[in-house]
Design a protein around this ligand. Structure first.
Ligand SMILES: [Zn+2]
Length: 480
């Protein structure tokens, strides 16, 4: 009996399954060709239906890319500037057409000269012809000007008509004036525009944590201005070896602004540098001859008779000593100079003004130069890879390049061997105390102290005091 009921139930299940298969057969037939278990029993593929599906999908993609993507892209755009015309009142008076074309802002197109580019390259890049260039050259030439020396990064502004024709070109003649050439119908005109150059004064104070440049940047100075500061104190402070954490500087300097925007760095007006507790100062002063010089608080020129170090070195590879083990000779020998390691080809500068006394090969020194500075002092430079252009007997100025670092003669690596000689005997250039340069003559010194030192020193002190106050105000936090 149980068997009979079970048999009946199974028969009913089979019937339901058959019915369902029949009801959904349409679906199965349509979809079997998509599957991998393709059974041969189904009807042939109905291609027209598939074409509809594909067409529908394509339409959907088109709609997506046509409507949704642009909307999304514009939403991603940062702060779109509201179009200017949207702000115009609708009730614009119906003016005659002539005045509708009237004053619009001229659309000058700025082109910067790339290294190696010529003026004709630039004209061609603007879609202009060499005839256009010739017209410009002629117009400028008639006014006594010239366009023959163009330099990289110089700018030319072009004004083009709606048809791409040249309507105007302008360029800097010098820092304070600009030449403007215009073409109207058949005639051309050249005008000179004076530009507004203005010096703006800044003050900065920095404390060294890691490097001078980092401290300068933190104080808002450009790297070029930090370079000027280092140049000013290079006679007193060796920025490679002597700089310490906690050293500080205070500086008053100018920047040049043209037509209201930053144009170039100016000069240092006054500066103070504290290195390992020692205070150094430099003030700009207009001398009798009209030129500027920098002087310390007591009126002595900042520039000393001798550079501390005549080369941009990477490290001192050997100090001055009376006896050291010579790496090549393999025995003890005095080292009567200082070795400054630097890459081959690094320029070597004359330590002071003087005359070339020797230039040539000298035993262990290799390529060797001696400069005589006065009756008693001379400096000597060894192991050069090559010489500068000055001949024996010729005058050289302090800082002039007299040769390049190398390893000629007895040297294990590229370095400058530098000697400082007094009456022919070598002395340690790092320990030499040289006579201080002469101060300004009395009348100028009085003017310098009154007109420069007094007011500028007051400003430096005020800034220092403000910074100390600000530090006290910020509590126990110390950020330097
Ligand atoms: Zn040496």
């Amino acid at each position: 009996m149980g068997e009979g009921r079970q048999g009946a139930r199974q028969a009913r299940k089979r019937a339901i399954r058959r019915k369902a298969q029949h009801r959904h057969s349409h679906f199965y037939e349509r979809c079997t060709h998509w599957s991998f278990s393709h059974s041969g029993e189904v009807e042939p593929i109905r291609w027209h239906r598939e074409r509809w599906i594909l067409a529908g999908t394509a339409l959907l993609i088109t709609l997506l890319s046509g409507f949704i993507l642009p909307a999304w892209a514009s939403a991603m755009r940062p702060d779109p500037v509201a179009p200017a015309h949207a702000l115009l009142p609708l009730a614009l008076p119906k003016a005659p057409t002539a005045s509708m074309q009237a004053p619009t802002v001229e659309d000058w197109h700025i082109v910067q000269v790339q290294p190696g580019q010529t003026l004709s390259d630039i004209f061609q890049s603007q879609g202009l012809s060499l005839t256009d260039l010739q017209h410009v050259m002629d117009t400028v030439g008639k006014a006594g000007g010239s366009l023959h020396n163009i330099r990289p990064h110089q700018e030319f502004d072009f004004l083009l008509g709606a048809d791409g024709s040249l309507r105007g070109i302008r360029f800097d003649k010098d820092d304070a004036s600009r030449a403007v050439v215009r073409f109207d119908e058949s005639k051309s005109t050249l005008t000179m525009e004076t530009r507004d150059l203005e010096q703006r004064e800044h003050m900065a104070h920095g404390t060294i944590n890691s490097s001078l440049y980092a401290a300068g940047a933190q104080a808002g100075m450009s790297p070029a201005m930090v370079g000027k500061l280092a140049e000013l104190f290079k006679y007193d402070v060796d920025f490679v070896q002597d700089l310490r954490v906690g050293d500080s500087f205070t500086v008053v300097y100018n920047d040049v602004y043209r037509d209201g925007s930053y144009f170039a760095e100016g000069d240092i007006v006054a500066a103070e540098f504290v290195n390992q507790g020692q205070r150094y100062t430099a003030y700009r002063f207009k001398k009798e001859d009209g030129s500027y010089g920098w002087f310390s608080e007591d009126g002595r020129p900042i520039q000393k008779s001798f550079l501390r170090i005549p080369v941009d070195f990477t490290r001192i590879s050997s100090q001055f000593s009376v006896a050291r083990f010579h790496p090549i000779l393999g025995r003890m020998r005095a080292h009567k100079g200082v070795d400054y390691a630097a890459p081959t080809g690094t320029p070597i500068h004359a330590a002071g003004d003087g005359v070339i006394k020797f230039k040539g090969w000298m035993n262990g020194y290799g390529n060797f130069v001696v400069i005589q500075h006065n009756g008693s002092i001379s400096t000597a430079y060894g192991h050069m890879s090559r010489f500068g252009s000055e001949r024996i007997g010729q005058h050289v100025s302090q800082g002039q390049v007299i040769g390049y670092v190398g390893m000629t003669g007895l040297a294990t690596g590229p370095h400058l061997h530098y000697e400082f000689r007094v009456d022919g005997a070598q002395r340690d250039p790092q320990k030499m105390t040289l006579p201080k340069p002469e101060p300004l003559p009395a009348v100028q010194l009085a003017r310098f102290k009154q007109q420069v030192v007094q007011p500028q020193l007051a400003r430096l002190k005020a800034l220092d005091a403000n910074i100390k106050l600000a530090r006290l105000g910020s509590g126990a936090r110390s950020d330097d």
